[in-house]
Design a protein around this ligand. Sequence first.
Ligand SMILES: *Cc1c(COP(=O)(O)O)cnc(C)c1O
Length: 396
Amino acid sequence: MLSERAKKVKPSPTLAMDAKAKAMKAQGVDIVNFGVGEPDFDTPEYVKEAAAKAMRDGFTKYTPVGGIDELKDAVVNKFRKDNGLEYAKDEVIVSCGAKHSLYNIAQALFGPGDEVIIPSPYWVSYPDQALLNDAIPVFAATYEKDNFMLKPEALEAKITKKTKALVLNSPSNPTGLTYDKKGLEAIAEIAVKHGIFIISDEIYEKLVYDGMSHISIASLGKEIKNKTIVVNGLSKSHAMTGWRIGYAAGPKDIIKAMTNIQSQSTSNPNSIAQKAAVAALTGPQDFVSMMHAEFDKRRKFLIGELNSISGICCLNPNGAFYAFPNISKLYGKKAGPRQINSSLDMALYLLEDANVALVHGEAFGDDQYIRLSYATSLDNIRKGLGRIKEAVAKLT
Ligand SMILES: *Cc1c(COP(=O)(O)O)cnc(C)c1O
């Protein structure tokens, strides 16, 4: 009955883990949740007020498909100010979340047999969005010893005549890695040489630490800008995951195709949320700095604690709000009858035995790791780490 396409997709494994933790919580179990992929802060008040005003003003009807002019202007200004990128209004589109922008790109660019290079570990939706559009995800492994940056030779080794695009995510979910300029330049050079597109997911741009700065690969030159579609949104920067506003910028013909596709699927993103997004992008940005400072504090504490656990080793993540510790030294160990042989074994052990929820690295394409989100209070992090320490100490 179902289409081949429908049979190819899996539900998001991060959401599946989260559902399991929530079910335990509903039964009264005190769970410390490191599984969450969204800021734990409330949307700033001035953003909510802009939405309330939009409703009061009756701004509750269809808008232009690709977003209202006011928001497109705000997006164009954001790219200029934050990324040194010049786009015209017909080179940007507003969608129902960054994920939706990414999906529109996949629909506009991918076809049967096209290969899409995805560095692993990867964010869970990239391979499935390629599959949903008849393309073939081609994984290019990255390694802890390289700070999880894709090496130019590893990229080049995966390029064939069918390669259509490379998906780049910096700062990265799940590793927390942020590419430096040199790393991006090397990738840009290869992309230009082979004429492949770069889909650059920059949703964590505002969360970069240790004095690093976020660089958009599109800003490295005219040639690479012409081959790049930059994706960003309000979900992570302004704690607006539920509002569903994301956006993309790139070559006019691609943006136009994405807009046509959007016009036949969702139509415009929510009118009220668009007004809220205008406020978020043009209003005072102290909320962003407050959130950044808080995440940074938690990050330092969490990484210190993780590395103090024997058998666990965690690279210092300089972006996003995730830690991605290597737990493979613990494989083969046992707690009672239970043996830990994979990241899923570990995630289930920690959930069931220590009541700590997190996501197994296998969900992101690397079974040696687990992912902890620090989008939860310092108190929770302290409590959860205490439990993890105890549970790991029980392994023999
Ligand atoms: C959260 C997230 C997104 C999706 O953001 P929305 O705007 O809420 O759709 C996209 N990419 C990555 C890597 C994310 O972690």
